[in-house]
Design a protein around this ligand. Structure first.
Ligand SMILES: Cc1cn([C@H]2C[C@H](O)[C@@H](COP(=O)(O)OP(=O)(O)O[C@H]3O[C@@H](C)C(=O)[C@@H](O)[C@H]3O)O2)c(=O)[nH]c1=O
Length: 187
C-alpha cells in the first residue's frame, strides 16, 4: 500500500499494490491493522456500493451530522469518477477548501475522507460503481448536504452542469454560509 497525503490535512490517497499476471491482477484493497496504524485509527463498520448509469452524474455533497459522523474510504470498482472532499471543520485553516482526485477501476486509488468533510463525486463515464467503507452507520436523521455548485466552494466539476444527473435531494442543499455549526477542527 502506497500512501500520499493531499493538500488538506488528514485527506489521504491510498494506492494498493497490484500483483499482475496473465490472468489479470490480485490486490489486497483493505487491511485493517495497516489502515488503523498508517491512516486513521477508526473502525469501518458499513460498506456501500452505488451504481451511476450516466456519465455526468453528480452525487453530493454529503456528510452526517456530528451525532453520527462518518469517515469514508472510497474506491471505484467500475469506471472513473472525480471525487471531491470539502473541509467543513470549523476553525480549520482550510475550512471551505476542497481536494479532488480521479478514482478509477484502472488506477485502483482509494481516498480516505475523515469526519468533518463533505463528500461528493461526478462520474466521468457511464456505469460507474463506487464502493466505500464508512466509520459509522447510516442515519437518515443525520443525513446532511452542501450544495455542490455553491460558488463559495469554487469546485470545477469536470462535466456539463446543466445536463448533470442529480437526485432531487441534491438539488436543494444549502451553501457553505448557511451550514449550521457542525464540526469543530480538532474536536
Ligand atoms: C447513504 C445511504 C443511503 N441509504 C438509502 C437512503 C435512500 O433511500 C437511498 C439513496 O440514498 P442517497 O440518495 O443518499 O444515495 P447517494 O446520493 O449515493 O448518497 C451517498 O453519496 C455519497 C456522495 C456519499 O458520500 C455517501 O455517504 C452517501 O451520502 O439509499 C441507505 O439505506 N443507507 C445508506 O448508507
Amino acid at each position: 500500500m502506497q500512501l500520499s497525503r493531499l493538500a488538506i490535512d488528514d485527506l489521504v490517497a491510498i494506492e494498493p499494490r497490484r500483483f499482475g499476471d496473465d490472468r489479470g491482477f490480485f490486490s489486497e484493497i483493505f487491511r485493517e491493522e495497516w489502515f488503523r496504524r498508517e491512516v486513521a485509527d477508526v473502525a469501518l463498520v458499513q460498506e456501500n456500493h452505488s451504481l451511476s448509469r450516466r456519465a455526468g452524474t453528480i452525487r453530493g455533497l454529503h456528510f452526517q451530522a456530528p451525532e453520527h459522523p462518518q469517515g469514508k474510504l472510497v474506491r471505484v470498482a467500475r469506471g472513473r469518477i472525480w471525487d471531491v472532499a470539502v473541509d467543513i471543520r470549523l476553525g480549520s485553516p482550510t475550512f471551505g477548501q476542497h481536494c479532488a482526485i480521479e478514482l478509477s477501476a484502472e488506477n485502483g486509488l482509494q481516498l480516505w475522507i475523515p469526519v468533518g468533510f463533505a463528500h461528493g463525486f461526478c462520474t466521468l463515464e457511464p456505469d460507474c460503481e463506487v464502493v466505500y467503507k464508512v466509520s459509522d452507520y447510516y442515519s437518515a436523521a443525520n443525513d446532511r448536504g452542501l450544495a455542490f455548485d455553491d460558488p463559495a466552494l469554487g469546485i470545477v466539476w469536470p462535466c456539463d452542469l446543466a445536463g448533470a444527473t442529480l437526485s432531487e435531494k441534491d438539488r436543494r442543499h444549502c451553501g457553505l454560509a448557511e451550514l449550521p455549526d457542525y464540526f469543530v477542527h480538532g474536536g
